[in-house]
Design a protein around this ligand. Structure first.
Ligand code: TXA
Ligand code: MG
Length: 343
């Protein structure tokens, strides 16, 4: 199968992609977080193609993407006041909510769970396509399972070339880290996966916001099935260091002893300036020291870049796990197989 990248889509391009989705084929779609691998979320055979293209474990449910809050009505049993308040505050945006599903939603979309995950992306081209499609679009991140998520159409092409007919290219994703996933109850919200909408942002709308215990205690079974799998792994082994710039540089020197290179370094401008000359190091500067948004934006992109350059080791600077830093460190913990050092 030839894979076509469609850039600067016209109205008739979007109609073609909408029809492709409705007819049960896959289309990779841009969102503000990461690129998704889209299929008709009411069509079981179409969703089977997602699992096949990604090599995704079949018990891991999919997020259904909708163009607006109204579109979820037929997909859920009811929209509680708490759910409506979250939708009003954060949609369109990087917040996925899970609610008890209606009979219209196939079990294939939810991995047999009684709740369905719903999200309205803050991306106008994506929402335009979703509107034209007229069906909810099931879309996991468009990577091969377990690998770093794609944040450009070229990254999607790298994974999906020959596996899907179309990729809708809308440039680089603005956030670069997947959405926050929350389970919504009448009186509380449980964060299953941290993302762009932080705990304190949610607390401004719902009084009680807690983390799924699996995010705090590794031995507990996560409520989001996907959180139990190996994730985002680069080809090289990876270490993450969080601390004062001088301590991070010291740790990088220690960790790189004996390595011939090339070594991929994901660092802030400040730490880059302190590292000094070492011809083994290939540095990717993400932005200012401690800037979680900038680090999150460049994280997956840099891992794919390091993969392409066949580095033997990745040394990355982390950030304090506060605010958006919680989501970034969650991805860094997983990508590095928990090789995170706090100095
Ligand atoms: O930002 C995002 O959310 C991206 C873009 C493409 O929208 N999508 C994404 O999908 O990250 P995926 O499939 O890579 O991750 C979805 C996560 C998984 O951890 C999955 O287990 C969880 O959401 N999830 C989906 N449906 C669920 C449900 N009904 N209950 C609990 N967790 C669910
Ligand atoms: Mg994913």
């Amino acid at each position: 199968m030839d894979t076509r990248i469609i850039s600067n889509p016209s109205g008739s391009d979007l109609d073609l992609l909408a029809e492709t989705l409705r007819s049960g084929e896959l289309v990779a779609i841009p969102t503000e977080t990461v690129y998704g691998l889209g299929a008709n979320g009411l069509d079981v055979e179409a969703m089977d193609k997602i699992y096949a293209a990604k090599g995704r474990p079949s018990d891991n449910p999919l997020i259904l993407h909708v163009p607006d809050g109204e579109s979820i009505r037929p997909l859920v049993q009811n929209i509680s006041a708490t759910a409506q308040a979250l939708i009003d505050a954060f949609w369109p945006g990087p917040l996925t909510i899970t609610l008890p599903k209606s009979d219209l939603v196939p079990d294939r979309a939810t991995g047999g769970l009684s709740r369905v995950a719903l999200r309205c992306p803050d991306h106008s081209i994506c929402r335009d396509l979703l509107k034209r499609a007229g069906v909810p679009v099931a879309a996991p991140s468009a990577n091969i399972s377990g690998r770093p998520s794609p944040t450009t159409a070229q990254d999607v092409y790298h994974y999906m070339n020959g596996r899907i007919p179309y990729i809708l290219d809308a440039g680089s994703c603005t956030i670069g880290v997947e959405s926050t996933v929350v389970e919504v109850h009448d009186d509380k919200v449980i964060i299953l996966r941290p993302g762009g909408i932080t705990q304190s942002m949610l607390e401004d709308v719902v009084p009680t916001v807690i983390y799924d215990t699996a995010l705090i205690n590794e031995s507990t079974k996560p409520k989001a099935p996907g959180m139990k799998y190996t994730h985002y792994a680069p080809d090289a082994s990876m270490y993450v260091v969080v601390g004062k710039p001088s301590d991070v540089v010291e740790a990088f020197k220690e960790l790189s002893k004996g390595y011939k290179g090339p070594i991929g370094c994901l660092v802030s401008y400040e730490i880059h300036a302190l590292i000094g000359m070492d011809e083994r190091f290939q540095c990717h500067c993400f932005g200012p020291y401690g800037d979680a948004l900038a680090l999150g934006h460049d994280f997956y992109k840099s891992l794919l870049h390091f993969n392409a350059n066949h580095v033997t080791l990745i040394l990355a600077e982390g950030v304090e796990p506060h605010g958006f830093g919680v989501a970034v460190m969650n991805r860094m913990e997983k990508a590095s197989s928990h090789h995170v050092i706090y100095k």
